[in-house]
Design a protein around this ligand. Sequence first.
Ligand SMILES: C[S@@+](CC[C@H](N)C(=O)[O-])C[C@H]1O[C@@H](n2cnc3c(N)ncnc32)[C@H](O)[C@@H]1O
Length: 289
Amino acid sequence: MNVREALVKARVFFADAGLENASLDAEVLLMHLLGIERAGLYMRFDYVLTLEEAKAYRCLIERRVKGEPVAYLTGHKEFMGMDFIVNPAVLVPRPETEILVERALKFLEGKPGEELLVLDIGTGSGAIAVSMARMNSRLRVYAVDCSRDALVLAQHNAAIHGVAGRIHFFHGDLLYPLSNLALEGKADLIAANLPYVPSGDISGLPVDVRSYEPQIALNGGLDGLDIYRRLLPGAGDLLKSGGLLMLEIGPGQADVLVQEMTGMGMVWCCSEIVFDYAGRERVVLAEKE
Ligand SMILES: C[S@@+](CC[C@H](N)C(=O)[O-])C[C@H]1O[C@@H](n2cnc3c(N)ncnc32)[C@H](O)[C@@H]1O
């Protein structure tokens, strides 16, 4: 079986299984297996797979059909044009989260000062912390996660991208691990992509998400906002005046969250809802007065 035939077979198999990105998945898995880029794959259409390669490809195809995300099968995911190592301890970074990072970088660009302090709460693979630190050399980032396995991976990603010296990782619940650092009024920006899926919606998520990605990265309680509710009061304390809070959310959550923020008696101004490319509410921004 040559590369062309292998791709056709995989594509058909994936399409029959109802996978959305049958062609892309077939190519990415074969590229990963052969250790080549897309151009190399196209140039090697007539290359005949060895028996081992054919067996290994079949195994990847079967795992993908059962729902295992491509990123866990390859161990990589691109985010903000950078390669991130991923494993089942972390949520696969989503393109939607790039919207948050882009807005954060734009906000910080105009800020004076030699060093800016950013907090990334629920850092997972480190996608937000690492990409931001890589793209703005003035940033010092404090990144928190309650999963030790996620933090090990995030540290690895920080090292790969040469920003380990500017990102400090903390294990624990939300802002609690930062409580001895006297950060009150010091943060320029707090970014959080914490779990926001309402508990009752988890069973309706696609199988690759619900059965393979960590529950601790998904479940946001009854209406999905339980964890953000716990984060808000402390976030208000740690931000500077004029500092920005950015929370990634799901559809239908923005108004409730903004109402809660104002109802908590905190002084936020300029709140804004940012939509993703599909037109869904994706990020709530609020500046501290
Ligand atoms: C939706 S994932 C986001 C990961 C990463 N920031 C990204 O954008 O790809 C949420 C992360 O928050 C972490 N998390 C969940 N509850 C937390 C809590 N109470 N305190 C700290 N981290 C938490 C999870 O372990 C997970 O890594």
